[in-house]
Design a binder for this molecule. Structure first.
Ligand code: G6P
Length: 362
């Protein structure tokens, strides 16, 4: 048992540390010189397509939500994302100009699989972004893009999420190229940033130590808000989900600009706010959202490359020149933070109560 964990305390910890390597694997052959290529699909996939619909559950849903910003921003394709269990029963309108993408680590989640079958039945082209080859979804979807994360044992998903997000970012760029919706300069700088992702996912001792230290104090709160804007909103949702899953503490992910429309009423010193403050994206906007929370006495920990004096605590990530690199730097911090709190609470990090790795029943 110990050997399998290679000296790490939990599989989750091992999997957090593996992210840099598996993300490199997932880019092999897909980034060639200065272009993106997927052997699994061809440019004709986009023929007649005006829209992308994504369906997924849990952490995979958060990867989907993140990618919806990238599909619209880079590939200029309308994209919406739905939770599979909602999609199934809302009598969705499906038109053939929609590319249907499902995202699933296991390829077996019942609701996502059913959503995929519904789309197929309606005659839509479909793609699954999946970590398990030959799983049910790979057998149903027209095309499979594997995430190559390797076996993920921790119930709380880590490396599956980072590889899904990288695959979807590459896919957005691949579509952008087909659509001619991106300048070659922008494409080159995006590819340059993609190549830096493995570096952003390396766990620094300094950061791990800092999350350990902060976990001592941050387990006493009565609630957590994780806040961010744009792609950092789905990242905030993912940070909150990780904490809920393994610490059993109440946490909510929220778009920071929306806090004033209700949640800020909860602000007090025992309400912990984890603020995702990327230097390269809407920094001033999130800063003013954090100011509002600080004025109402919330205890705030910022994750950023820049220190902001109104925050009580600060986890410093590396300075980079692309918001997606900040995204992955912050992801590691959020994963370590929830794991260290969970360990301190004496929970079973890899097998949290009431949860299953793969939910194959409705
Ligand atoms: C379960 C797991 C989550 C996972 C979700 C979707 O709830 O505990 O970690 O994100 O299922 O799983 P999938 O295999 O479809 O990505």
């Amino acid at each position: 048992q110990f050997a399998q964990k290679d000296g790490f305390r939990f599989f989750m910890e091992k999997e957090i540390y593996e992210q840099s390597d598996v993300v490199s694997d997932c880019m092999i052959g897909r980034i060639q010189d200065n272009s993106i290529n997927f052997d699994e699909i061809s440019p004709e996939l986009l023929d007649g397509i005006n829209e992308i619909k994504i369906c997924a559950c849990g952490t995979s849903y958060h990867a989907g939500l993140t990618s919806s910003y990238l599909f619209e921003r880079l590939a200029k394709i309308k994209c919406n994302v739905e939770i599979a269990s909602e999609f199934r029963y809302k009598e969705p309108l499906l038109t053939k100009d929609t590319l249907f993408i499902v995202i699933s680590q296991s390829g077996e989640t019942a609701d996502t699989l059913e959503a995929l079958k519904m789309a197929k039945k309606a005659g839509l082209k479909s793609v699954v972004v999946c970590n398990v080859d030959n799983s049910s979804m790979t057998r149903v979807a027209d095309f499979t893009i594997l995430t190559r994360a390797g076996i993920e044992k921790g119930v709380a998903s880590t490396k599956a999420f980072s590889t899904q997000t990288v695959v979807l970012w590459m896919l957005a760029l691949y579509f952008a190229k087909i659509n001619s919706s991106i300048s070659s300069e922008l494409l080159q700088s995006e590819i340059k940033a993609l190549r830096e992702v493995p570096k952003s996912l390396i766990v620094e001792d300094r950061i791990h130590e800092k999350t350990k230290r902060l976990s001592k104090r941050y387990l006493h709160g009565h609630g957590f808000f994780f806040i961010g804007r744009d792609v950092f909103f789905p990242l905030a949702l993912e940070g909150a989900l990780k904490l809920k899953e393994i610490s059993y503490l109440h946490a909510e992910g929220y778009p920071s600009g929306e806090m004033k429309h209700g949640p800020i009423a909860l602000a007090d010193p025992e309400l912990f706010t984890i603020a995702l403050m990327p230097q390269n994206l809407l920094y001033d906007k999130i800063k003013s959202n954090v100011e509002e929370l600080s004025a109402r006495d919330s205890t705030i920990c910022s994750i950023s490359s820049l220190e902001f004096e109104l925050c009580d605590d600060f986890i410093k990530i590396q300075e980079t020149n692309h918001y997606m690199l900040e995204f992955f730097e912050m992801l590691v911090v959020l994963q370590l933070f929830s794991m260290e709190i969970s360990i301190r609470l004496g929970n079973d990090v890899d097998m949290p109560r009431n949860l299953a790795k793969s939910v194959t029943v409705e």
